[in-house]
Design a protein around this ligand. Structure first.
Ligand SMILES: NC(=O)c1ccc[n+]([C@@H]2O[C@H](COP(=O)([O-])OP(=O)(O)OC[C@H]3O[C@@H](n4cnc5c(N)ncnc54)[C@H](O)[C@@H]3O)[C@@H](O)[C@H]2O)c1
Ligand SMILES: [Zn+2]
Ligand SMILES: [Zn+2]
Length: 351
């Protein structure tokens, strides 16, 4: 089968390879992948610029934002049948025994191995999955939409489960990539009174998308100072919540400036650069800083339900589906800000 493989820890060491179709081992199922979203982290893996804590086991097939159907069921698996439409969580394997797993916080399990990093991922025709990670795609939700469950789950975890937007809040989102745009949708759903999305020169189209999705204000930080805008909003004291969805360290410095005293910062974006500035404003303003990482079973079920209800809009951010051979074009379109989200299509039509 075709698979998009990162084969070395070097910039550009990614290619489509012909690899054996894996087997549905006992206790696991084989998923025939239909659509797989491209994640910023896949692009980092391509350029070997991933966070230092994201150490992959190479060679590895990339991709973790998959939707497909069950093609084979391994011995001992109950409750799943060939043909079931499913999405797979990212945590391909966890220990199941540590304190975090037992408390249902397996996104933080020290032994967690994620697809596309430590386990062969979904940018391939087939994927092996434990039933633990499977969720049924509701009727009426397309594979293309369902493939966006994972990034929405990241946004939902940050905005709802970690930082918890309160109706009436002023929410500033730094970054107009997939995570920022999806965090915007979740913040509006959660009752934010005013939303602001910040981007850079490459984000003109994405900021326009943010406007159509309901952002009250959008701003290019390379042209305008967001502090001038935020000072004019609500009572002028700053944002109740700042969501950092950028991946650049300097965003935290701006975030500390934009957040109100006793407000919160949800840090989703990450990257290897050191800070290079003081974090004293965090102290002086008594700000709560939430590290936000991944998601768990409940997050996925809720996001899928909101897709089915039409209250979150994955179809409005999916900017193109490409055959796996055109992965470089798919990755580049996202990297250059030409769309919010690209996807690879392993079956069906592309556009
Ligand atoms: N914590 C998690 O579980 C998790 C999960 C997924 C992604 N992420 C991280 O979240 C971040 C965002 O992901 P993405 O896929 O949307 O990435 P992306 O690269 O597509 O988007 C980043 C956006 O931030 C903008 N940006 C850069 N500097 C900025 C600044 N100073 N102010 C405002 N905007 C700025 C960029 O122009 C771009 O629009 C990345 O760091 C990614 O690794 C974290
Ligand atoms: Zn992702
Ligand atoms: Zn564990």
């Amino acid at each position: 089968m075709k698979a998009l493989v990162k084969y070395a820890a070097a910039d550009g060491a990614v290619e489509v390879r012909d690899v054996p179709v894996p087997e549905a081992s006992p206790g696991a199922v084989l998923v025939r992948v239909h659509t797989v979203g491209v994640c910023g982290s896949d692009i980092h893996m391509w350029h070997n610029s991933q966070s230092k804590s994201s150490v992959g086991i190479l060679p590895v097939t990339l991709g973790h934002e998959s939707a497909g159907e069950i093609a084979a069921v391994g011995a001992g698996v109950e409750g799943w049948t060939v043909g079931d439409r499913v999405v797979c969580e990212t945590a391909a394997s966890i220990c199941g025994r540590c304190a975090l797993c037992r408390a249902g916080r397996y996104n933080l399990c020290p032994y967690r191995a994620g697809y596309g990093l430590k386990r062969d991922g979904a940018m391939a025709e087939f994927l092996v999955a434990e039933p633990r990670v499977l969720h049924r795609i509701p009727d009426g939700v397309s594979f293309e939409a369902a493939a966006m469950t994972e990034p929405f789950a990241v946004a939902f975890n940050a905005v709802v489960e970690r930082a918890g937007v309160t109706p009436g809040d002023l929410v500033v989102i730094q970054g107009a990539g997939a995570i920022g745009i999806l965090a915007l949708q979740v913040a509006i759903l959660q009752g934010a009174a005013t939303t602001v999305v910040l981007g850079t020169d490459i984000d003109a189209g994405r900021l326009a998308t943010a406007r159509t999705l309901g952002a009250d204000h959008v701003l290019n930080v390379q042209r305008d100072d967001p502090a001038d805008l935020v000072r004019t909003l609500h009572d002028g004291l700053g944002a109740d919540l700042v969501v950092d969805a950028t991946g650049v360290s300097v965003a935290l410095q701006t975030g500390m400036q934009l957040v109100r005293p006793a407000g919160s910062i949800a840090k989703v974006g990450w990257g290897p650069q050191p800070l290079g500035f003081t974090i004293d404003p965090l102290v002086k303003k008594a700000v709560t800083l939430y590290g936000c990482y991944s998601h768990t079973w409940n997050t996925w079920e809720r996001v899928l339900r909101l897709f089915a209800d039409g209250r979150l809009h994955p179809e409005r951010v999916l900017g193109g589906r490409y055959p796996i051979e055109d992965w470089q074009e798919a990755f580049t379109a996202m990297q250059e800000g030409r769309n919010v989200k690209s996807a690879l299509s392993l079956r069906g039509e592309t556009r």
